[in-house]
Design a protein around this ligand. Structure first.
Ligand SMILES: [Fe+2]
Length: 301
């Protein structure tokens, strides 16, 4: 077992009983212990003990294939520094692209603090803003797309997703930068039972299939600078976590019938305020081809 799956880092912040997981410190300790004992392991990492190796033995081969292909992915120090510049809180009107998107998303949906989805194929809803705010000169195709099989997700410190299900997809959540907490639930419901809490650091990976860990909530526990997190929370720092997500539909693994709610084109989630089940069409906010150009054009230092 690795230390990162059993205890939060010193700079993490989890309010007692509050958002995002509504657990006491004692419950957190129990859920982290469960995460460090359950087999197969909800986390893929280089095994540091025989026990850890054995717990990873029964992870499905399709998942291990996704993990191995992603294993050497990291964000470069320059990309991380440029991303911080675009997330940092500045005076109104001079914010970077990522904070502009964050604030716009928060205005449209205050049920949970926003995170940013970057499609690695296709286009994003806010791509045009990269041109409108002078980060790049031109954009070829401003239209959004859904269902990219690979997505970069940017998690501002203390922001989190609602509890949601990835249906019958098979996928990985590979940590690229910062730190992320993942709570795994037994089903998609407001009163779902929490099964395990794990922490991911760069190079570590959570995974899911239709029968393992398909329902989860993701949270960046780093310092947000604005007190306890809550549904309408907006952070006040440039701290963030980043993760690379890959989801394969069932028909990409085997030839079987499937319906839309079980694919990556949409995922079901529980509204954090009303507790009702809703469906999110997986439009992305930006495309990686645009964000990469924006980051390359960002003055550093
Ligand atoms: Fe997810």
């Amino acid at each position: 077992m690795t230390s990162t799956t059993t205890s939060p880092a010193a700079d993490t912040f989890l309010p007692e009983g509050g958002h995002p997981f509504h657990i006491t410190p004692n419950e957190e300790r129990c859920l982290r212990t469960q995460g460090a004992r359950v087999a197969p392991s909800p986390v893929i990492a280089q095994a540091a003990s025989f026990d850890e190796y054995v717990r990873q033995l029964m992870i499905p081969p399709a998942v291990m294939d996704l993990y191995r292909k992603a294993a050497d992915l990291r964000m470069s120090p320059i990309e991380i520094e440029a991303m911080r510049k675009h997330l940092a809180p500045l005076a109104p009107g001079s914010n970077g692209l990522l904070r502009r998107i964050m604030l716009d998303k928060a205005e449209r949906d205050d049920t949970h603090p926003p995170y940013i989805r970057v499609a690695c194929t296709g286009r994003g809803t806010y791509d045009q803003w990269a041109v409108d705010h002078g980060h790049i000169d031109t954009l070829d195709d401003p239209y959004g797309d859904i269902g990219s099989p690979a997505v970069l997700e940017i998690w501002p410190a203390q922001h989190y997703s609602p509890i949601h299900s990835h249906g019958k997809t098979t996928g990985i959540v590979f940590c690229l930068a910062g730190q992320l907490d993942v709570m795994v639930y037994d089903r998609l419901a407001k009163d779902a039972t929490k099964l395990a809490l794990v922490t991911l650091t760069p190079g570590q990976c959570a995974w899911l299939t239709k029968t393992n860990f398909a329902v989860h909530k993701v949270y960046c526990p780093l310092d947000g600078g604005n007190g306890p997190t809550r549904p309408d929370y907006i952070n006040n720092t440039d701290e963030f976590g980043a993760s690379f997500h890959v989801y394969l539909n069932e028909d990409e693994l085997t030839v079987q019938a499937y319906d839309e709610s079980d694919t990556r084109d949409a995922f079901d989630y529980i509204d954090e305020i009303t507790g009702e089940q809703r469906q999110f069409k997986t439009y992305s906010d930006l495309s990686w081809s645009i964000l990469r150009r924006v980051l390359a054009n960002t003055p550093l230092g």
